[in-house]
Design a protein around this ligand. Structure first.
Ligand code: SF4
Length: 467
């Protein structure tokens, strides 16, 4: 049977696109493979938001040449932001690639793999493949028994804000909001397929406007939450500028909304924010934070921070460090600025590498202390978390994620059965240890529904679950 392997780099937007490709492939008759060695078609969904992601993607494409050499019938396809950016040069640089599809060509990509399907109808994979070393890599989020539990639904493509460090508007174009009816229909389909949580995805998701009637993001969330059977709702990634008090108050009325808001700060230095073209000051950002605390008490706020942006002074950096150290964020994705071709900031005078690295070290230490303290507070409690699958670092453990987006791991329960746990995917985990990356504990109950009564793992034969 024909099979496809999809490897995803980068953000949730790419994960949503990979899920779409997997769906198209499945309806064309492919199975989804867990490793590249087992696939007729290999898709690399790339990211170019940071230099490192770009280098890793090219490294991976180069690595896969071995597989293509061993089996020329294999089709290697590259998509995503890097494919969009380098569409004219990519196949010159890596001639073993069969096709390149930009970010707006997913439909064509789906049509192409559907057409190829016939070529693989009866063909076995080349025996030469057996001679090559394992290729590594992970087809995250789309292959295992738990991958359908979280449904990514794209609500908008592109971005019109042109932050001076960001490549997204250049490769994905300006805002293109999907009609709400389309978003609702896809979300409904995901729920029908077993999704317990819907993640609405957009580069600036809360700038959403229905192109048909101009309904806003809060209205979109309200309508998605009305889908029968939907248990939890999350979204990524909002822009602080697009949160006003009313939007946050409206969102707070949605019972299924997860208690976590990702609010990308980038910097707390006003002059850096201005040069970044972020369209808010620190004071305005703090006002949004205050509204989140007021309307969603207890919600975790997470963020993104860039260190060493061109022109960042020690004073600017200190403002960021002070704000982070004050405990504003439960967690933060922190990066050292890296130049992106074609963006304004790439042409500006750069902060010397050692200075940026030293600042990054201080910032990471401060945030790690805050994050660890946030996780410490869960010790001694029992949290309900949605299973993600077997832990990649330790195959004897299950990984799950709480509503506030904290990873928890627990040893596989004695009655573990993949299919049953996929049907009853909410785990109650008694937390006994905390780390910067998350928490560890013991699974004590599982439940079919988030709001359902858990069934003790010691008595697997009798289900007391309620819908
Ligand atoms: S808001 Fe800024 S950082 Fe976010 S996608 Fe748009 S341009 Fe990039």
């Amino acid at each position: 049977m024909a099979s496809i392997y999809i490897e995803t780099f980068g953000c949730q937007m790419n994960e949503a696109d990979s899920q779409y490709i997997a769906d198209r492939a499945a309806s064309a008759g492919y199975t989804v493979a867990e490793q590249a060695e087992d696939a007729n078609v290999v898709i690399i969904n790339t990211c170019t938001v940071r230099d490192n992601a770009e280098r890793r993607a090219y490294g991976r494409i180069g690595h896969l040449k071995m597989l293509k050499d061993a089996d020329p019938a294999l089709k290697l396809v590259v998509t995503g932001c890097l494919a969009e950016q380098d569409r004219d040069s990519m196949q010159r640089r890596a001639p073993h690639i069969d096709a390149v599809f930009g970010t707006k060509e997913l439909r064509q990509l789906g049509d192409t793999i559907a057409r190829w399907r016939e070529e693989f109808a009866d063909s076995a994979l080349s025996e030469e493949r057996a001679l090559i070393m394992p290729m590594g890599g992970a087809a995250d989020c789309i292959t295992d028994a738990f991958s359908h539990l979280r449904g990514f639904v794209t609500v908008q493509r592109g971005c019109s804000y042109y932050c001076t460090f960001c490549i997204v508007p250049h490769v994905r174009g300006r805002f293109d909001h999907r009609p709400m009816a389309e978003v609702l229909s896809e979300a409904r389909q995901r729920v029908d397929e077993g999704a317990r949580e819907i993640m609405l995805v957009g580069q600036t998701v809360n700038a959403y406007r229905d192109p048909v009637n101009n309904d806003d993001f809060a209205e979109l969330c309200r309508r998605v939450a009305q889908i029968s059977g939907l248990e939890r709702l999350a979204f990524i990634s909002p822009h602080p500028k697009d949160f006003n008090e009313k939007t946050l108050a409206d969102l707070a009325q949605i019972p299924q909304l997860n208690p976590r808001v990702h609010l990308p700060l980038q910097s707390a230095g006003d002059s850096t924010l201005r040069r970044m073209n972020r369209k808010y000051t620190l004071a305005q950002f703090k006002e949004k934070v205050a509204w989140i605390h007021e309307y969603m008490p207890g919600a975790a706020i997470t963020t993104d921070v860039i260190v060493g942006f061109p022109g960042e002074t020690e004073e600017d950096f200190q403002a960021t460090l002070d704000y982070v150290a004050s405990g504003a964020f439960a967690n933060a994705y922190m990066f050292i600025y890296s130049k992106r071709r074609g963006t304004p900031a790439a042409h500006w005078e750069q902060v010397p590498g050692p200075v940026a690295s030293e600042r990054f070290g201080r910032l990471a230490e401060a945030q790690n202390t805050v994050t660890r303290a946030y996780h410490d507070r869960k010790i001694g409690t029992t949290v309900r978390a949605l299973i993600q699958g077997i832990s990649r670092k330790d195959r004897s453990k299950l990984a799950a994620r709480t509503l506030d987006n904290v990873t928890v791991i627990a040893p596989l329960p004695p009655d573990y059965d993949e299919q049953r746990y996929a049907r009853e995917p909410w785990l109650d985990v008694s937390i006994d240890a905390a780390y910067v990356w998350g928490c560890a504990g013991t699974a004590v109950r599982r439940a079919e529904r988030f709001a359902g009564v858990g069934v003790s793992l010691e008595s697997p034969l009798v289900s007391l679950l309620t819908a």
